[in-house]
Design a protein around this ligand. Sequence first.
Ligand code: NZQ
Ligand code: ZN
Length: 393
Amino acid sequence: MFNFTYYTPTQVVFGRDAEEQTGALVKAQGCKKVLIHYGGGSVVRSGLLDRVKAALDREGVAYVELGGVVPNPRLSLVYQGIELCKKEGVDFILAVGGGSVIDSSKAIAYGLAEDADVWELYDHSRQAKACLPVGTVLTIAAAGSEMSNSSVITKDEGGVKRGYNNDICRPKFAVMNPALTATLPPYQTASGCVDILMHTMERYFTPNGTMELTDSLAEGLMRAVMANAKILHADPKNYEARAEIMWASSLSHNGLTGCGSDGGDWASHGLEHEMGGMFDVTHGAGLAAVWGSWARYVYKDCLDRFVKFAVRVMEVENTGAPEEVALKGIEAMEDFYRSIDMPTCFSELGISPTQEQLETMAKMCIVAGGGKKGAAKVLYEADCLRIYELANH
Ligand code: NZQ
Ligand code: ZN
């Protein structure tokens, strides 16, 4: 077990009609003017944006709006947001949407707090010293950005997708009404469930120090996500299942399922970020498409964890033959992905990269990782390329 710091400063307001409290939550932050940041229109169509504005109006909070965030949120809109906020004297960012909107909000908040190019954070050429406060009204259970210290932005030129982690961007509050996620297309619901699972799996597959309590929390979370993802596949409006998944999205990525470990593996995320940057795929679906190839490539180097996962999460019988059990666990997870219509290879994801594109992604993945990636097995450029090749059918 490693020493750890567990820091989760985000106030969670969870349940039906929770968004009605947004005005009071923002007002309690003592800000002068708010940017309401949102995506491509789902919050307009659902009426949520109007309800949030009415909640701010009731508390006499002034605001301006900026919509248009796309999945894999772009740096160009972040720059626009920074300019707008400077002009309007905004001192609080309210994200109404999913991980993309929240990440774009965090980037704007960084950009406003310091007089330097915000992309320097994402290309890791400097560290942030300050960040304006961010609050969230969550509309999709997936990325966990509502409690995480991460923000992932894509630079328009060259499709360079990069993450930046710093505790100072953790949102002040997260408003989570599971009913708001009922309008999601099934593909987004399922992709979100994969992302939630992956945030815990990334932390689980490491040979370096773990705790039994953390493992049990992680295993319980993964079992609950799979069970409720299947319920939602058959019954998308099921509120209880929506609630289970939504709470899991936060707990999976707020650090809880990593306490005591070395920080985890994160290679699948690194591999997916290059796919997202180059092909603009949905993050969770991209993870599902590459995970099996990653797992088969690395499992022998982290065999105990893969066996534990197979037996305790995927309910594989422990026959005493570790490699066989580990492989059955990987197969069972891929079967689960298929059961909720998620891809397990690139053709099912709808992409067919050329060899040159695979090589570019492998190179960029290792550059982003600072020379290597992963903990279950430490990967270098040739390893990443091999994993991409294994997934490319
Ligand atoms: O833009 P709108 O019209 O709102 O549509 C969105 C979008 O098309 C739609 N949607 C969201 N809520 C909806 C809805 N449609 C109907 N009803 C609703 N209630 O869903 C689509 C996906 O939204 P997005 O915000 O992109 O989803 P997600 O939360 O999965 O975020 C993905 C982004 O987060 C990054 C990913 O890489 C990706 O860029 N990640 C961020 C992390 C973090 N900050 O901690 C960690 C993750 O690992 C991840 O990398
Ligand atoms: Zn993720």
